[in-house]
Write a protein that binds this ligand. Structure first.
Ligand SMILES: Nc1ncnc2c1ncn2[C@@H]1O[C@H](COP(=O)(O)OP(=O)(O)OP(=O)(O)O)[C@@H](O)[C@H]1O
Ligand SMILES: [Mg+2]
Length: 248
């Protein structure tokens, strides 16, 4: 569903990603692990068009997750080069950013509605809201309260809910467990498990390799702006992964 080929990108004169290639299959959880500064967030930003590509390409498309291709159209996919970030939601990609980025003074429901792009806002926002509220009953209970009243774990649920509001084909989720108490980490992963069971396609950046490996179908290790290891998750031994992780 997403093909990243030899992507080189960074911030102005500072290059961060060095010929990164990876592949995200429809209906799977692809996890990207790696130490601080490896370029994981930069890669997600490059997919979203927030960081321009120096070289390489990113191709997105094919059959929607969980559904058969319609009308005989080939699952060719389209390059995301030059696609503005604001158009990603309409194209089916949503990012749940590192640090959650919720608006504390706006209500929980207003935060959720920000995730619905214009067309959905008119046509399907109410239905999307109900779906999100079914997944997160607490957000429904508190929908009129300022988002700033939520705990860290609840704020992460809100960030995930906002990502779901555009009914994305592909979700990019950056370190959802960061800074959370163990019980909330479990809860976040339980939600991710449910999204996976529902057939969603997810790219998950995580430092919690134990939890990420249990959830994932495919694993990539990034170090120093490069992909240094790739494997099917069920074939990966977490201790061996940690050895690679901490070796240079
Ligand atoms: N806006 C920016 N301008 C310049 N350099 C940046 C910027 N954002 C990140 N970097 C640099 O890019 C490199 C990769 O950062 P990135 O945030 O992608 O890493 P990461 O793998 O997500 O790390 P973490 O696990 O800490 O979130 C780092 O060296 C970082 O200092
Ligand atoms: Mg990061």
């Amino acid at each position: 569903m997403l093909d990243i080929n030899n992507v080189r990108a960074g911030y102005g004169a500072i290059n961060v990603l060095w010929d990164v290639s990876l592949n995200v299959a429809s209906g799977e959880v692809t996890t990207i692990v790696g130490p601080n500064g490896a370029g994981k967030t930069t890669l997600l930003r490059a997919i979203m068009g927030l960081v321009p590509l120096e070289r390489g390409q990113i191709v997105f498309g094919g059959a929607p997750s969980g559904g058969a291709p319609s009308g005989g159209a080939p699952s060719g996919g389209a390059s995301l080069a030059g696609v503005p970030t604001w158009d990603m939601a309409r194209r089916g990609i949503a990012m749940v950013p590192e640090g959650r980025m919720i608006f504390r003074d706006m209500s929980i429901e207003e935060n959720l509605l920000l995730g619905a792009f214009a067309k959905t806002r008119r046509a399907g926002a109410a239905r999307q809201l109900e779906e999100v509220y079914a997944l997160f009953p607490l957000l429904k209970e508190r929908r009129a309260l300022p988002a700033g009243t939520l705990s860290g774990g609840q704020a992460q649920m809100l960030a995930l809910g906002r990502g779901l509001m555009s009914a994305p084909q592909l979700m990019l989720i950056d370190e959802p467990s960061l800074g959370l108490a163990p019980v909330m980490v479990q809860e976040v992963f339980a939600i991710l498990e449910r999204l996976k069971a529902a057939g969603r396609t997810i790219v998950l950046v995580e430092q919690n390799t134990h939890m990420a490996l249990r959830l994932a179908d495919q694993v990539y290790l990034m170090q120093g702006g490069k992909v240094t290891f790739a494997a099917r998750a069920k074939e990966v031994d977490v201790e061996a992964l940690h050895d690679m992780y901490f070796a240079r």
